[in-house]
Design a protein around this ligand. Structure first.
Ligand code: SF4
Ligand code: SF4
Length: 303
């Protein structure tokens, strides 16, 4: 599959909330241009974009998805949802979403064993874990049955929960040497390194233990810019300018009810209550949009 993986979170309801028509056409464009690997999740609600993009382009991409399921019942529901909504019998990669430690891996053991069993039955091709933590990459490197690891990795170590870029690099190297497939996420730290875009991308692309890199995209310009850097060429100046104008931020709307759900949900500890308002620490926020999913009044969004 392509080294550039289409991160679909950015176009879905948690972020840009593109129409199905617009989002699926951008993704179809990426497929026509040779990207044939997509990252999604039960949380992202982007299965429909992927199904439509495959139909529009005639390309059947490799799909990686993930769920927070921790027992067999939830895992079975998540797998069936993915198979039905993506309209495919086999899911290429199914992962445990956002694992934080050895302890959480143990706590999700039933779901993991269910996915392994489904792999034996031919309904999943590879089983994996996604994580922001070095400890999980290190642990998963030694676990039989885990084929793929999806770690956060970027030049400044933004979003790594328990160490820096060097610590994650060592764990990734160990996991890759142990035969795990590695596809990393957030090479720009959730958009925080857009001002050093090329340098940040080249840092991740220079790591040969990383087999593919998921990059969130929500416009044709971003697709073209990423294809250029992955091919080691310079993008058209017009495209570069368009992308630099698309800097994303976390916005909190005036109708926020200050329930605190978003603060409790953020594992980067980027949110706090200050002077009766939700405050964002931009240095910690990786623009994952996960806080947006728990807001009862849709008052917090990444765009
Ligand atoms: S979850 Fe929504 S309503 Fe609650 S504090 Fe956060 S932004 Fe405000
Ligand atoms: S504040 Fe929201 S978008 Fe930023 S890191 Fe936390 S959960 Fe993700």
């Amino acid at each position: 599959m392509s080294r550039l993986c289409f991160g679909s979170l950015t176009m879905g309801p948690l972020q840009a909330n593109l129409s199905l028509g617009e989002g699926s056409e951008i993704m179809a464009h990426a497929f026509r241009r040779g990207i044939n690997f997509v990252d999604t999740a039960q949380l992202y609600e982007t299965y429909e974009y992927i199904r439509l993009a495959a139909l529009r382009s005639g390309v059947d991409p490799v799909v990686s998805t993930k769920s927070y399921a921790y027992d067999e019942k939830q895992a079975a529901k998540a797998l069936e949802e993915a198979r039905r909504m993506l309209d495919r019998d086999v899911i290429d990669i199914f992962m445990l979403h956002e694992q934080e430690s050895r302890l959480t891996l143990r706590g999700h053991r039933d779901a993991l064993e269910f996915y392994m069993g489904q792999k034996a039955l031919g309904r999943i091709r590879a089983v994996g874990v996604s994580t922001h933590n070095v400890e999980v990459v290190d642990a998963a490197a030694g676990m039989d049955g885990i084929d793929v690891i999806h770690p956060i990795f970027n030049k400044k170590g933004i979003g790594i929960g328990d160490g820096g870029a060097n610590d994650m690099e060592k764990a990734i190297e160990k996991a890759s040497a142990a035969g795990k497939g590695i596809f990393s996420m957030k090479p720009l730290g959730g958009g925080n390194m857009i001002n050093i875009y090329r340098e940040a991308m080249e840092y991740v692309l220079g790591n040969n233990s990383i087999h593919s890199v998921a990059v969130g995209m929500r416009s044709v310009a971003e697709v073209e810019m990423n294809i250029a850097v992955f091919n080691g060429v310079t993008a058209d100046p017009g495209i570069q300018e368009t992308v630099s104008l698309q800097n994303r931020k976390l916005h909190i709307e005036s109708w926020c009810e200050k329930c605190g759900n978003c603060i409790r949900r953020c594992r980067q500890e980027a949110l706090s209550m200050k002077d009766g308002r939700i405050a964002v620490d931009a240095g910690r926020c990786v623009l994952c949009g996960y806080c947006c999913a728990v807001c009862p009044v849709f008052a917090i969004k990444v765009f």
